[in-house]
Design a protein around this ligand. Sequence first.
Ligand SMILES: Nc1nc2c(ncn2[C@@H]2O[C@H](COP(=O)(O)OP(=O)(O)OP(=O)(O)O)[C@@H](O)[C@H]2O)c(=O)[nH]1
Ligand SMILES: [Mg+2]
Length: 228
Amino acid sequence: MKEYEIYSSFKVPMCSKTILRLDGRSFHSLSSSLNFEKPYDENFSKSMVDACIEFFKEFSPKFIFTFSDEINILFNKLPFSGRIEKVDSVFPSFISSSLTLNLNKTYNLNSAKPIAFDSRVITITDLEIFKYFKWRQDESWRNCVNSYGIWALKEKYGNKEAQDKINGLKLNEIHELLFDMGINLNNLPIWQKRGIAIYKNNLENLFVDTEIPKFTNEFFKNINIINV
Ligand SMILES: Nc1nc2c(ncn2[C@@H]2O[C@H](COP(=O)(O)OP(=O)(O)OP(=O)(O)O)[C@@H](O)[C@H]2O)c(=O)[nH]1
Ligand SMILES: [Mg+2]
């Protein structure tokens, strides 16, 4: 019957690097059922980071970047000989279980549905690594502006009207609107604006960087992720 397992030998090319992008399934509902603080819940973010740290210890990737319910994981060389069925099942289930255990320390999970993450495989060259993570960091910033925008406008208008107002605005317009309401996004904690990175520093210690700069190619060179 083995011949029916037609996808089991489907592998990532071993000559290139790989990024896995995991995203929480329906975390909007999870955040409502666990009453996450809006727009950012520090305990939730810490639980995500702890799941990333456990992942790092278990599977030794090179670099992890996380914000909101998203986790990006860079590998030089994938475990499981790069078998896609393995990485796309073991990795998100490991993160889901780890996050569940971590959240259980702070929240009453009886009110929540089981947690799941989706997972996708991105095959990438060294030349594109900085570009990829800049793209995700820009998304972190967009998410930050929108989250604060919705949160502030909901206080003033109803849910529906706040959403309609945000949809019609560009990022800098939301920025200005918030500024007029007394919220200066420039003063927010860096982790909320730029996300959080987990990597080995030059002394080979695992480091959780909550004050990452805006990503540049140099940043990835300095922490020995790339050499181009
Ligand atoms: N209150 C609160 N909610 C958060 C926080 N971080 C993430 N979320 C929630 O997680 C959602 C993540 O966005 P998405 O991934 O686009 O939405 P989703 O509900 O997970 O839907 P799918 O990913 O499509 O399954 C946000 O819309 C928020 O509702 C947080 O710190 N506080
Ligand atoms: Mg999600």
